[in-house]
Write a protein that binds this ligand. Structure first.
Ligand SMILES: [Zn+2]
Ligand SMILES: [Zn+2]
Length: 840
């Protein structure tokens, strides 16, 4: 009959319509069925999908389709991380509005994703810029405020004096403003924070739950970001003043080697220390310069160490040494206490600083075999050793000394053991327009008043005009700002900061479980059924912040009574990048391959197939024009195979045979040997593909196994068409190819499935379970040895007994040759493996 030419555009549109009309991928919670929640990190609606998206979502879609066929009730949703700065920038540039720009991009991208045939439940689509979404996070914020988990404090921001505005970190380019190229300063502003540090220990400890199901390197990155260190807080009295300086150190064992003190430029004591000092102005100028430095550069190891003496001294609590107090550019206020006891002999940064300013150095940790001489040292010694120049502590092993010294200081109230974290509280205020409003008002009488829950959402006025200078229009928008105080009814002003967009992405995966609920953020039962996400898939660039904030949010929501889960994502897969000519695709490099043009030329199935076949999911993938050509050719090959078999008379007679169900029965006789071979190959392919899917989604090797099966079918089809059982086995093998290939190339497989005469959608068919007994070969190969040396190989029936194997072995020509003139002493048969003839 002939199917005509493979036309992906026509076939793909047909099946996308079919899935849509039959609501094939719409799901509801069903406690009677096992659930599987697979999720790809949702995109920012920039307007166009790129190959990175295609890769991420194709991986997710194969997982979703596979798990569905394995009998799971699969939740697979999609949505939009829709707030953010690019919308404002685009609105300024294109004289449009961020909302209009965003919604139109969403419409474009939704159409592109639909064109790829992803099996999303589109009813659950969310856009985080909609008040129906952000109203719930405003509620979470207020509940966190009540619990003391949200608070306001002064904090530095990037400030451009020219533009008179706050800049996001990504708007600061090499210390300059992105718009006017002016110097960026650090300015103190009242801002909102989440107390994520209150969950530092849980966030760290619960990483253990993820071991083996998250990539090791992501777990390590999270551990490092939280940065727990166990050490001591020590107190240094300032000489001649009634004040003291607290420091945090992980090396209390080196305390006797502390010869000076370094403070951060922002340390609150600086002004007091320099009171009356003749060079006070120099110190102030230095502090101002350092405070305005780029914070990332300031923390870098290769920063040129600089500092200035404050004129004041503090006293080493163990040695009584007077230690000059400096302000140093490498000390950050954010870590520890903003003060560092400097031990130049044993800390590299202190060493560099001491060498530069000629400050004293005292060795207090000595390695076993050498004696360190401070004058000759070229770098700090930070390895283990025993204590010297430390009075009563001399001779102690340095690890042991840590505890002994802290205990000793504890008695004098000069120190205590402390745990410190690198993790800071999460600053959630943005002085931007295109974000969710922070739901508080400032009342002259009552101060800060949270907006009551029944007055939520505080809507972002979507029609507000963005300003040419990039500043948020909210503070100037009288209709937004002026309001009545919810407590006293008097005049009040709304908060005009908006939430960091990481807020929206920290809980969206929970909202998908109840996306259309208007009465509550979640249906309790639906959330319980679907949580946690079983498989999360996204780029490694989100390994730290997004995942950490999501983990934090879930723990907070648990403590607020919304969920029972402690962790949001059971398994995590971080897919590799899509490269072209060895580099990440980017406009500036001019190496971007547009998915739309590939889909237009080869179809969605070929695009998906190429991207899944070219590399294992977690590795980088090199784009190749030849590769997608090859994927397209393979699909054509499957198409023609199906066409050819459909035309064959014998196949018409047996009709469509379900995967793996070709048995001898229907044709009434034994299967011929080539039919048995193909049947074995078919079962073996199911085994391989199933194994590759289960083992970290190794789609590339799974696809390779299917290609092999197709090759095998081409090789034997003409011989098999009319052989006993051959038609059945061919039909069954083709059904298997289509079933196993369908998660990857769903449209083509659905089409050929129907052409074969099967009924029902392939998307809802069960995954075939292979038969171990079908894998058993009828004949096996044995090695024959003479006195331990291989002299020949035999093919014998698999069920042959030892005696018959022995007999066949003794007829082998080469074996006989090596036995000439010898008498046989013993014949050992190892079943299924070898025969060894001992002769002499
Ligand atoms: Zn500027
Ligand atoms: Zn009031």
């Amino acid at each position: 009959m002939g199917f005509g030419k493979y036309d992906p555009q026509q076939v793909e549109q047909k099946w996308q319509d079919n899935w849509n009309e039959t609501r094939c991928f719409e799901v509801e919670a069903d406690p009677a069925r096992p659930k599987y929640y697979v999720l790809e990190m949702f995109p920012y609606p920039s307007g166009k999908i790129h190959m990175g998206h295609v890769r991420n979502y194709s991986i997710g879609d194969v997982v979703a389709r596979y798990k569905r066929m394995r009998g799971h009730n699969v939740l697979h949703p999609m949505g939009w991380d829709a707030f953010g700065l690019p919308a404002e920038n685009a609105a300024i540039k294109n004289k449009t509005h961020p909302a209009a720009w965003t919604y139109s991009n969403i419409a474009d991208m939704r159409a592109q994703l639909k064109r790829l045939g992803y099996s999303y439940d589109w009813r659950r689509e969310i856009a985080t810029c909609r008040p129906e979404y952000y109203k719930w996070e405003q509620r979470f914020f207020i509940q966190m405020l009540e619990k003391g988990l949200a608070y306001r404090k002064n904090s530095p921001v990037n400030w451009c004096e020219n533009c008179n505005t706050v800049l996001a970190n990504e708007q600061v380019e090499e210390g300059k403003c992105w718009r006017c190229d002016g110097e960026v300063e650090q300015k103190q502003l009242e801002q909102w924070f989440f107390k994520i540090t209150a969950y530092a220990d849980q966030l760290l400890d619960d990483l253990k739950l993820l071991e083996g199901s998250w990539p090791d390197r992501v777990i390590t990155m999270q551990q490092n970001w939280i940065g727990k260190s166990v050490g001591a807080q020590l107190t240094f009295q300032v000489k001649g003043m009634d004040v003291s300086i607290d420091v945090f150190t992980t090396r209390p064992d080196t305390l006797c080697g502390a010869t000076f003190m370094s403070l951060a430029a922002e340390h609150p004591l600086v002004e007091k220390l320099i009171e009356g000092y003749e060079h006070a102005d120099t110190v102030r100028a230095f502090c101002r310069d350092v405070a305005n430095m780029d914070r990332i550069k300031r923390g870098a190891d290769d920063l040129e160490k600089e500092g200035v003496f404050t004129g004041a001294y503090c006293v080493n609590p163990l040695t009584g040494r007077e230690m000059p107090i400096h302000v140093a550019n490498f000390v950050l206020m954010g870590y520890g206490t903003g003060a560092v006891m400097a031990v130049p002999a044993h800390d590299q940064r202190d060493f560099e600083f001491a060498r530069k300013y000629n400050l004293p150095m005292q060795v207090v940790i000595q390695p076993k075999d050498t004696v360190l001489d401070p004058a000759a040292m070229t770098e700090a010694y930070s390895d283990p050793g025993f204590l010297v120049n430390s009075g009563q502590f001399d001779g102690l092993q340095n690890d042991q000394a840590k505890q002994v010294i802290v205990e000793h200081l504890g008695k004098e109230k000069l120190g205590k053991p402390t745990v410190n974290y690198r993790l800071r509280d999460w600053g959630i205020s943005r002085q931007r327009f295109w974000g969710a409003p922070i739901p508080v008002v400032h009342c002259e009488k009552c101060g800060l008043v949270p907006v009551p829950e029944d007055q939520l959402p505080v809507r972002l006025p979507e029609d507000a005009q963005v300003r040419e200078d990039g500043r948020s229009p909210l503070p100037m928008l009288e209709s937004f700002v002026n309001t009545a105080c919810p407590t006293c009814g008097g005049p009040a002003r709304r908060e005009t900061d908006t939430f960091d967009t990481f807020m929206e992405s920290s809980w969206y995966f929970l909202r998908y479980t109840s996306a259309r609920n208007e009465a509550a953020p979640f249906d309790r039962e639906a959330l319980k059924y679907w949580s946690p996400v079983d498989q999360y898939i996204g780029g490694i660039e989100h390994a730290i912040l997004h995942l950490l904030y999501s983990r934090f949010f879930v723990k907070v929501l648990r403590d607020l009574g919304y969920t029972d889960e402690a962790e949001p994502f059971k398994h995590l897969l971080t897919q590799g990048m899509v490269l072209k000519d060895g580099a990440k695709m980017s406009k500036s490099k001019g190496n971007v391959v547009d998915p739309n043009s590939m889909i237009g030329k080869y179809g969605a199935d070929a695009t998906r197939l190429f991207i899944l076949f070219a590399s294992p999911p977690e590795k980088d993938l090199e784009w190749s024009d030849a590769g997608i050509e090859g994927a397209y050719r393979f699909l054509n090959r499957v198409w023609r195979l199906a066409e050819d078999l459909a035309d064959a008379g014998a196949l018409k007679a047996v009709g469509p045979v379900a995967p793996l169900s070709a048995l001898a029965g229907a044709s009434g006789g034994e299967l011929s040997a080539p039919a048995k071979d193909l049947r074995r190959k078919e079962h073996d392919s199911v085994r391989k593909v199933t194994r590759d899917m289960e083992n970290k989604f190794q789609f590339n090797t799974a696809i390779a196994a299917l290609m092999e099966l197709v090759n095998e079918m081409y090789a034997v089809k003409d011989a098999l068409k009319d052989a006993p059982g051959g038609a059945e086995v061919l039909s069954s093998a083709l059904s298997t190819v289509l079933t196993l290939l369908s998660p990857v190339a769903p449209h083509l497989c659905e089409e050929l499935w129907v052409h074969m005469g099967h009924t029902g959608q392939l998307a809802t068919m069960p995954w075939p379970g292979y038969d171990e007994s079908a894998l058993v070969k009828d004949e096996i190969e044995l090695v024959v040895q003479v006195n331990g040396k291989v002299r020949g190989r035999l093919t014998v029936p698999a069920e042959a007994d030892q005696e018959s194997v022995r007999q066949v072995a003794m007829t082998h020509e080469n074996v006989l040759k090596h036995l000439e003139g010898k008498s046989i002493r013993k014949v050992i048969v190892v079943p299924g493996k070898l025969v060894n003839v001992v002769a002499g």
